[in-house]
Design a protein around this ligand. Structure first.
Ligand code: ATP
Length: 234
């Protein structure tokens, strides 16, 4: 469903991505692993239309979205859960969720989607009227994922969902992500916690200095010399 081909990205004169090619099928969970500065966030931002694509194609269901601005990329079913969650702390949990449903493809079904989000994350329903800023870090991550789901995406981009979260909450968050994928949503996961990413996903890519250095099932990646040396710590 997502096909990225030959994608370059730059910051001024510095090139951050070089000819990147990746795929995510409907309902598939795919991870991008790599050391700090490898270009993982840049890749997520480029797919989401938040960073310019300097070369190549990014297609969703055959439609090239590579040159669309971020607010148009969402029309094609891409939703992002940004690093650091970025919920609106002074707004209620429910209002944060409803913000995610503003697009036409989602607006008419918002009640149904909201109920589905609460089924996935019952804590959000319990706290629906509270300010989002009063939630724990893990609950805010659930809210950020819930807000993305309100757009009824085909593809969910997750940037470092584990950052700063306790292991118990992480189990809950990763279980929910697997449930989301099982409903047919493609998931692309960027994650520092490589062990967790590899256990959660069926396939993955190793990004090194802006290039895809290895690709395969997560079982194959675990045996890859570069993966072992560069991200699994030998
Ligand atoms: P991390 O895990 O540390 O977030 P990453 O794999 O997500 O790393 P990116 O943040 O995508 O890597 O960075 C890729 C490269 O682009 C790095 O060399 C980084 O220094 C550079 N870079 C990132 N953001 C900018 C920026 N705003 N201006 C200039 N260079 C940048």
């Amino acid at each position: 469903m997502l096909e990225v081909r030959g994608v370059d990205a730059r910051y001024g004169d510095a090139q951050a991505l070089w000819g990147v090619a990746i795929d995510v099928a409907d309902g598939e969970m795919v991870c991008i692993v790599g050391p700090n500065g490898a270009g993982k966030t840049t890749l997520v931002h480029t797919i989401a239309g938040l960073h310019p694509c300097a070369a190549g194609t990014i297609t969703i269901g055959g439609v090239d979205i590579a040159r669309l601005p971020g607010h148009r990329v969402g029309d094609h079913g891409v939703a992002t859960v940004p690093e650091g969650r970025r919920v609106f702390g002074h707004m209620t949990v429910r209002d944060n969720l409803l913000l995610g449903a503003y697009r036409r493809r989602a607006r008419s079904r918002y009640r149904q989607t909201e109920a589905e989000v609460y089924q996935l994350f019952p804590r959000l329903q319990e706290r629906a009227r509270q300010p989002a800023g009063s939630l724990s870090g893990g609950e805010q991550q659930m809210l950020a994922i819930g807000r993305a789901l309100m757009a009824r995406p085909r593809l969910l981009l997750l940037d470092e969902p584990s950052l700063g979260l306790a292991p118990v909450i992480l189990d809950e968050v990763f279980h929910a992500i697997a449930v989301i994928a099982a409903t047919g949503v493609g998931v692309l996961l960027v994650e520092q916690d490589v062990e967790r990413a590899m256990s959660a996903c069926s396939r993955g890519y190793l990004l090194l200095e802006g290039r895809i250095a290895a690709a395969g099932t997560t079982a194959q990646l675990r045996e890859d010399a570069d993966v072992r040396q560069r991200v699994l710590g030998g």
